[in-house]
Write a protein that binds this ligand. Structure first.
Ligand code: CU
Ligand code: ZN
Length: 181
């Protein structure tokens, strides 16, 4: 009788641990299904936010910038999540885990971080809404820990290794979003 009781307790204990582990797992996934970057700039007029949301096997990227010069601005994820003003060279080159040439979406292959250009209007604001493939928010090829860089000039989508987009005018490190409930 004692023996039966203890094996039942053991089984119940194992089930509880499994439940607890499952609960932790889903909490961790929910917490990291989106990420954000706040752009900083040596130019106090320039600001921006970028939101990354897991969407199926891709990542939905929505960017809004303000205070920038009207025109096209190269916009990329760079490999180092380090934004040191004023030139943001600390962010390194384009994030390129697949060792591909530089290009603009939808051309494939291209750098994982090639977001193309963001168009800034006469009001100084720009909006970009794209889905990046081959990357994830928190799984393989995670965008977390990379840096978003806004350039002063247009990405020509062909010059190597980075589209000849000019100075880096703003930079933001991609961080996992905290859960909001
Ligand atoms: Cu760049
Ligand atoms: Zn590139």
């Amino acid at each position: 009788m004692t023996r039966l009781h203890s094996s039942l307790s053991l089984a119940a204990g194992v089930a509880l641990v499994a439940l607890a582990a499952g609960g932790l797992q889903s909490t961790a996934n929910a917490a990291s299904s989106s990420a954000t970057a706040a752009l900083q700039s040596a130019d106090p007029k320039v600001s921006g936010t970028v939101v990354f949301t897991q969407e199926g096997s891709g990542v939905h990227v929505v960017a809004d910038v303000a205070g920038a010069k009207p025109g096209l601005h190269g916009f990329h994820l760079h490999e180092n999540g380090v934004c040191t003003a004023p030139d943001y060279k600390s962010a390194g080159g384009h994030w390129n885990p697949g060792h591909a040439p530089h290009a603009c979406m939808p051309v494939d292959p291209r750098h994982a971080g090639d977001l193309g250009n963001i168009t800034v209007g006469s009001e100084g604001t720009g909006h970009l809404d794209v889905v990046l493939t081959g990357v994830s928010v928190a799984g393989a090829n995670s965008v977390i820990g990379k840096a978003v860089v806004l350039h002063g000039g247009e990405d020509d989508c062909k010059s190597q290794p980075s589209g000849n987009a000019g100075d880096r005018v703003a930079c933001g490190v991609v961080k996992a979003s905290t859960m909001e409930h």
